[in-house]
Design a protein around this ligand. Structure first.
Ligand code: AOF
Ligand code: ZN
Length: 398
């Protein structure tokens, strides 16, 4: 059976599940007859399940920018239609969402339902297994949309719960749950960061024209959305040309910052000006280069030296190293050459293309060479007078 997914999906699907431990109360014609026979049980995925799972996503998002490399997780305890407790994961070495929700609910959780945006863990990490607490607190049902692909969990959390007579419902709003944790789901499996490419474009596909001093393309509202994305990711990456021409700060300023991402500059020949704004205080700078002498020139920055192949530093090598460093998500912010290298290497997971309602003719193109034609899944949003085309790779879970 296919689970309903998506915001406007049908609600209230009925799941018929084989249950070898039926007590004779099954609604299959044998109601009331006790006996050793196996039977069917009806479970309802109700509107309430969708409602509360969506709410766990909202709670989980409070951890944006602070939970990395952990997932975004929100949890709610509900009993007799009443919310008893809520919680979300606040980052490494902090309690898991389920623990926060169960503690918030207090002593009345026995017999309740736990809604959680990801499969509960069943292993000792920096914190003990959530499944232990769920079982000992007497929760009778857990609703969680997707498995946690961490090899230490990976379905075993659900198994442990089921084998301890906790009813488990999965698949509710699965697609959204994958989108919520797209960084984590990729990184835990591949150890390579999730790559988001953001570009601000004119309708004729230009990202600016330095000769006419056209640098700012999109509206304040769009730039705020970019800063929201900066706050979500672990790192921002630009090419040295962008540092020289735009002199960006690459900080989270237009929205409330819960952290400052790393700033990664691809600078094969160490042309980054020493007084560039990226060195002004907030956020650590990493310079990716082929030169050895970087440490003396930029004492405040981390210098990563790579061999060049065919005149460019391999984008895949950079991502590998960035992943080894522990960066789980990275926002590519330009310029044209950097965009082109990432797109041609096929490493972009999500595009954020902000279109301003303007045409400038001559100027710097978004991409500077032919790339393989590909059709993408897109969502459209508006920010001020601009249009954001968000193009996602599909869900990473099967
Ligand atoms: C949950 N609920 O809120 C989170 C989970 O080192 P630890 O103990 O924090 O464990 C981290 C791992 O636990 C992480 O890789 C992921 O598998 C899971 N995260 N699980 O049940 C939560 N944050
Ligand atoms: Zn846990």
């Amino acid at each position: 059976m296919k689970f309903p997914t998506g915001g406007d999906s049908p609600r209230g699907k009925i799941l018929i599940r084989w249950n070898s431990e039926a007590d004779g109360q099954s609604p299959d014609g044998r109601r009331g007859k006790k006996g050793p026979e196996v039977g069917f049980e009806l479970f309802m995925i109700s509107n309430l399940d969708y409602y509360f799972i969506r709410d766990t996503f909202n709670l989980a998002r409070k951890g944006e920018g602070i939970v990395s490399p952990n997932p975004l997780v929100g949890a709610i305890v509900v009993k007799d239609g009443k919310v008893l407790g809520k919680g979300y994961h606040k980052g490494r070495r902090k309690p898991h969402a389920e623990v926060c929700a169960i503690e918030d609910a207090g002593s009345k959780v026995r017999g309740g339902t736990l809604y959680v945006s990801l499969e509960p863990c069943c292993h000792y990490g920096e914190t003990p297994p959530c499944t232990d607490l769920i079982i000992s607190s007497g929760i009778k049902r857990v609703v969680a949309p997707i498995e946690d692909p961490n090899p230490l969990v990976n379905g075993k959390g659900f198994e442990v719960l089921r084998s301890n007579k906790v009813e488990v419902t999965t698949g509710v709003l699965k697609e959204e749950a994958c989108q919520l944790n797209s960084f984590y789901l990729k990184y835990i499996k591949e150890k390579i960061p999730y790559v988001v490419l953001k570009a601000a474009l004119t309708l004729d596909g230009r990202i600016g024209d330095p000769e006419r001093e056209i640098y700012e393309i999109t509206s304040r509202e769009s730039r705020e959305e970019v800063h929201r994305w900066r706050n979500r990711v672990d790192a921002i990456l630009v090419g040295v040309e962008t540092v020289i021409t735009d002199n960006p700060e690459l900080t989270v300023r237009l929205v409330r910052a819960s952290h400052e991402p790393y700033k990664v500059v691809i600078d094969p020949n160490l042309r980054t000006p020493k007084d560039a704004k990226i060195f002004d205080g907030k956020g650590n700078v990493i310079i990716v280069t082929q030169k050895e002498e970087g440490n003396n020139r930029y004492p405040g920055a981390d210098i990563w030296t790579f061999q060049q192949k065919k005149g460019i530093i391999s984008v895949k090598e950079i991502l590998k190293r960035v992943g080894e460093f522990g960066i789980t998500s990275i926002l590519i912010e330009g310029g044209s050459r950097t965009y082109t290298n990432f797109v041609t290497e096929g490493v972009v997971d999500k595009y954020l293309l902000f279109y301003s309602p303007s045409i400038i003719g001559d100027g710097v193109p978004f991409l500077s060479c032919a790339v393989r034609r590909k059709f993408l899944n897109t969502h459209i949003k508006t920010f001020g007078d601009d249009i954001l085309v968000e193009a996602n790779n599909s869900c990473l879970q099967g």
